[in-house]
Design a protein around this ligand. Structure first.
Ligand code: HEM
Ligand code: HEM
Length: 184
C-alpha cells in the first residue's frame, strides 16, 4: 500500500534544489544553459538515467521472484520519486526549445508523468498490503471490480507510451550526439 505522499514531497524538495542550482548557473553565466553545454548535457544524462531506472527497476522487482528485496511499496515510492525528478532534470536540459524529435520526446515525457499521476490515483483506490497485494473486502465488490478494470486499462495505455518514449529518446541521443557533439 502507498501510504501518505512522502515520495511526492521528497521529489518536490529535490526539484526545488535542482532549480536553485539551475538559477545559480543562469546568474553566473547570464544565459539559459544550452542542452549541449556541460551543465545542460549533465542534466540530460542524469535525468535520463533516472528515467531509465524508473522504467525498469520497479517492473523487475514486481516480476522477478528471486529479486524480492525490499517492500513493493518502497519500490513504488522510489519509482515515483525518480519518475518526477528525472523528467524535471530532462526538462531543464531542453534549454526551453522543443524542435523536431527532441520536442516529441519531451512531449511523451510530460504525457507519461501525467499518466503516472492518474495511475497513482487509481492504484491507491485499491486496498493493498505493503507488498502491493490487493486486499478483498474493504471496498464494495462492484467498486473493486471497476478499479481493477481501470487499472488494467491504464497499464495498457501507460506501458506503450513508455516504450515509445524510450525509442524516441535513444534516437534523439544518437542524433544529438552525432550532430551537436561529435561533428563540432
Ligand atoms: C528523455 C530524455 C531527453 C529529452 C526529452 C531531451 C530533449 C531535448 C530537447 C527538447 C532538446 C532541444 C532541442 C532543440 O534545440 O529544439 C535537446 C537537445 C540536446 N540533447 Fe536532449 N533530451 C533527452 C536526453 C538526452 C541525453 C541523455 C543526451 C546525451 C546523451 C542528450 C543530448 C542532447 C544534446 C547534445 C542536445 C543539443 C542538440 C543541439 O544543440 O542541436 N539529450 N534534448
Ligand atoms: C519517467 C517517468 C515514468 C516512467 C518511464 C514510468 C514507467 C512505468 C512502467 C513501465 C510501469 C509498469 C510497471 C509494471 O507493471 O511492470 C509503471 C507503473 C506505475 N507507475 Fe510509472 N512511470 C513514470 C512515472 C511515474 C510517476 C510520475 C508516477 C506517479 C506520480 C507513476 C506511477 C506509477 C504507478 C502507480 C504504477 C502502477 C504500479 C502497479 O500497477 O504495480 N509513474 N510506470
Amino acid at each position: 500500500m502507498l501510504r501518505g505522499n512522502r515520495e511526492l514531497w521528497f521529489a518536490f524538495v529535490f526539484c526545488v534544489l535542482i532549480t536553485g542550482l539551475y538559477g545559480l548557473v543562469v546568474l553566473w553565466t547570464r544565459a539559459i544553459p544550452a542542452a549541449s553545454d556541460l551543465f545542460g548535457h549533465t542534466l540530460g544524462i542524469f535525468g535520463f538515467i533516472l528515467m531509465l531506472m524508473t522504467e525498469t527497476l520497479y517492473s523487475l522487482r514486481k516480476r522477478i521472484r528471486s529479486a524480492a528485496w525490499g517492500r513493493m511499496s518502497t519500490w513504488l515510492q522510489f519509482h515515483i520519486f525518480m519518475g518526477l525528478v528525472g523528467p524535471y532534470m530532462v526538462l531543464l536540459h531542453t534549454s526551453w526549445e522543443f524542435n523536431g524529435l527532441a520536442g516529441a520526446t519531451t512531449l511523451l515525457t510530460v504525457i507519461i508523468v501525467l499518466s503516472g499521476f492518474i495511475g497513482r490515483y487509481i492504484y491507491t483506490r485499491i486496498p493493498r498490503t505493503m507488498d502491493g497485494l490487493e486486499i478483498e473486502g474493504t471496498l464494495s465488490q462492484e467498486a473493486l471490480k471497476r478499479a481493477r478494470q481501470l487499472m488494467s486499462l491504464w497499464h495498457t495505455i501507460h506501458i506503450p507510451i513508455g516504450v515509445a518514449l524510450f525509442i524516441s529518446a535513444f534516437v534523439h541521443m544518437g542524433a544529438a550526439l552525432y550532430y551537436a557533439t561529435f561533428l563540432k
